[in-house]
Design a protein around this ligand. Sequence first.
Ligand code: NDP
Length: 314
Amino acid sequence: MTQEKVNVLIIGSGPAGYTAAIYAARAGLKPVLYQGAQPGGQLTITTDVENYPGYPDGIMGPEMMEDFRKQAERFGTSIRYGMATKVDFSNPTAHKIIIDDTHEITTSAVIISTGASAKWLGLPSEQHFNGQGVSACAVCDGFFFRGQEVAIVGAGDTACEEAHYLSKLCKKVTMLVRRDEFRASQIMQDRVKNTPNIEILFNTETIEIIGDENGVNGARIKNNKTGEESTINVTGFFVAIGHQPNTGIFADYLTLDESGYIVTEKGSSRTNIEGVFASGDAQDKIYRQAVTAAGSGCMAALDAERYLSEKGLH
Ligand code: NDP
């Protein structure tokens, strides 16, 4: 195994990781950033990003992440391909991170920006129409379906929040709920139940998403109590069945909440381990926006810099 010592290691290359890199590099920390399995993160699988401030005409997700990368590189971040496969945070002055099982990095400050992945139903048609009517982010993509009829799968707080968001843009929202009740908090349930253009179909599963070369135009659904199948006509199909934070390798050391998100001190990026900071979707299950992730990446870099200064390491 090859070995290396670095000042600050950033794990992940979404808006949080790259923003942390920009700040850490400009502070003279010479950060090293490993991009992970999906360089650029979740934004590289979206199309237009219209809600990131500073881009009045919108920008394609992959292009925006390329700009983030260039900006981080411009100030001297060493950006590398590779996945963190194992960590050892037992010695607070020498955190160890193994990359691709072959390279061991020792550092005093680690910024975790490994993000989260949307959960999907697992239907081939869902994959086929991803980005062409199928989306896992109503706030990102709802605007493209204004005035149209859409469906959303899920029954948690996210599905209710997103259904309500879509109801303000779309003509009609059909919620597909697999059980005969919601999982969401009562207040969120009440909100969707009291919205006239949201129809809730309980005991309903999706068999297939239907469409053509222009994208989605419907979905085949089934009532799992009666076995009855039917088709709904929708042009947008949203999946809101939860996210999985990419935090598994940290579970032996960091405090995670019941869903696996890294717990940080309120108003900071500090975790329960000295010198380990977390930013972006790996620690945020509420907002999950590029701009909030970028903001928290900035916080993590500033916290890391202060930590290293206090310890006399920078
Ligand atoms: P949850 O895990 O809470 O809910 C997921 C929902 O998706 C469940 O209703 C589940 O159904 C359903 N589901 C899962 N798999 C499938 C499937 N294959 N087919 C159909 N339905 C499926 O995830 P959320 O993203 O909603 O919330 C995550 C956390 O974030 C929660 O703790 C939530 O409270 C919190 N949150 C809070 C918000 C707020 O306070 N404003 C906003 C958003 C999230 P079933 O119920 O049958 O298991």
